[in-house]
Ligand binder design. Structure first.
Ligand code: NAG
Ligand code: NAG
Ligand code: NAG
Ligand code: NAG
Ligand code: NAG
Ligand code: NAG
Length: 230
């Protein structure tokens, strides 16, 4: 039986989150951000706050070009309200979260769609977290078709499926700055940002579960850590 990609992702989220909830230790706040909108989205039983909503405990350094949205979303409809909006930017853009020190999973959600004259195939950008580079000259449709080409499955092979990038971050500041830098002459976008505190003792276990689908990256920060660049 074939399982659609989004269902696999949803399942992975549930497994991961239930681990956190069961420990009862996740006192530190999670951030679930719906990008490119004032509106909150209730997705999968969780509330995602608009990145442009008041009192969302995050600061945007600029608004980017304009809130982008699409009507087309062919994936699991549960995720539609999250993935049909994006923030598109042609200049450097910071998402600054007031957070507690500690370890976090950062999940960046990308659902590639073109908006006005921004052809998503031409997007390219770097992402940093508190000065540590997570990805360089990232082209989302390119990564999706690369994943499709190495996957032997015959499930949906669309280059417009959402992609979730996951990182482990050790944060030693009271602030988490997610910095997006478009490649010169290009642009970047992001649909949703998720910062979930990690309980140390569960770290290894959780990573092995999450990494299982090959869609996630594990950032080994045991040596490098995240440094204060302020
Ligand atoms: C969000 O709300 C502000 C103030 O009400 C408004 O100026 C802005 O256009 C809205 N943005 C979006 C994306 O709806
Ligand atoms: C922002 O932070 C305050 C204080 O921790 C909290 O009460 C509030 O729920 C947060 N707002 C959101 C949208 O998470
Ligand atoms: C984003 O944050 C970094 C690190 O704090 C800073 O160096 C950079 O100037 C900021 N960029 C913008 C556009 O505010
Ligand atoms: C982006 O590239 C894909 C695959 O090459 C193509 O099918 C799609 O039409 C392109 N999208 C745009 C907006 O050019
Ligand atoms: C998916 O698309 C890639 C190229 O984008 C192709 O190499 C691969 O064979 C396709 N996989 C299937 C199962 O159709
Ligand atoms: C992380 O890096 C350390 C030091 O280089 C290494 O010993 C360890 O095996 C790495 N862990 C993983 C999971 O890659």
């Amino acid at each position: 039986m074939k399982v659609p990609a989004m269902e696999v992702m949803g399942l992975i989220f549930l497994v991961t989150i239930s681990v956190f909830v069961r420990t009862g230790e996740a006192e530190t706040k999670s951030f679930l951000i719906n990008c490119g909108t004032n509106s909150s989205a209730n997705v999968d039983g969780r509330k995602w706050v608009g990145d442009f909503a008041p009192d969302n405990n995050l600061t945007l350094s600029s608004v980017g070009i304009e809130a982008a949205s699409t009507v087309a979303f062919s994936g699991d409809s549960i995720f539609a309200s999250l993935y049909k909006t994006a923030r598109i930017f042609t200049d450097s853009l910071n998402y600054t979260f007031r957070a507690n020190q500690g370890n976090y999973f950062l999940r960046l959600h990308f659902h590639p769609f073109s908006f006005q004259n921004y052809n998503v195939n031409d997007s390219s950008f770097d992402v940093m977290a508190n000065g540590l580079k997570l990805v360089s000259e990232f082209n989302v449709p390119g990564e999706i078709s690369h994943k499709n080409s190495i996957s032997q499955s015959s499930e949906s092979n669309s280059s417009s499926l959402p992609l979730v990038k996951e990182y482990f971050l050790a944060i030693d500041l009271d602030v988490i700055v997610i910095e997006f830098n478009p490649t010169k002459g290009s642009f970047g976008f992001v649909n949703a940002i998720e910062l979930v505190p990690v309980v140390n003792t569960l770290f290894v276990d959780t990573v092995s579960r999450v990494g299982g689908n090959g869609a996630n990256s594990f950032l080994n920060v045991s040596k490098r850590g995240i440094r204060n660049h302020v």
